[in-house]
Design a protein around this ligand. Structure first.
Ligand SMILES: [Zn+2]
Length: 205
């Protein structure tokens, strides 16, 4: 499997580029900026067809390059319907520094238990709300992309409108912490970690 982390934008949001070595098909998670850089990196990695843009949530620092990237690739944009209000306008009010980003609508919506298949890669959708109402994590084999729900030693901010501290902890405990200790966590910002490490050291859980 092709797998690359590419921090983008003013908040260094982790954009993930994942693909199949055999078919050269891939998908992008959270393109928060630098459409050109993402496309160049895909080329370098050998990904020829980007089929999906998957969004962990609708905050501007995770979605700023979606509109351009979709135009360039024809990829389908998928997000939770509960974060529709963010991609269609509200994210600009939440993060005013990103007021110039191009807004867009999703091609389809994801919910807990959905599985997206890209060649032989299976992406399982886990609902981990609280940072935003529609927060999603994506499980692939033995790793999980957790967006801004779970970070190394921390959890996402819950001081935004419609955020919930109770929900974020509940979601992480019921969807992420039930996975084996060796499961690797790739968050929306900062370094990777594991379920076992967070079980031991994360003071919020
Ligand atoms: Zn966020």
């Amino acid at each position: 499997m092709i797998f690359e982390v590419y921090p983008v934008g003013v908040f260094a949001a982790n954009c993930y580029i994942i693909g199949c070595e055999k078919t050269k098909e891939g998908f992008i998670v959270d393109p928060g900026g630098d459409c050109e850089g993402i496309l160049n990196l895909c080329k370098t990695l050998g990904i020829e067809k980007i089929k999906y843009i998957l969004l962990t949530h609708g905050h501007g620092d995770h979605i700023a390059a979606v509109s351009d990237l979709r135009k360039e690739t024809g990829a389908k944009v998928l997000i939770s319907e509960k974060d529709k209000y963010l991609i269609e306008g509200e994210t600009v009010n939440v993060l005013p520094i990103l007021k110039d980003i191009k807004l867009f609508s999703a091609d389809d919506y994801l919910k807990d238990g959905d599985v997206i298949e890209i060649s032989d890669i299976k992406v399982e959708v886990l609902e981990t709300p609280g940072h935003t109402p529609g927060g999603l994590s994506f499980k692939i084999n033995n790793f999980v992309l957790t967006g801004d729900a779970l970070f190394k030693g921390s959890v996402g901010r819950t001081d935004f409108p419609l955020s919930s501290r109770e929900d974020i902890v509940k979601g992480i405990k019921s969807k992420i912490m039930v996975l084996p200790d060796e499961t690797i966590i790739y968050p929306g910002h900062g370094p990777s970690t594991t379920v076992g490490y967070e079980r031991k050291y994360n003071p919020f859980l």
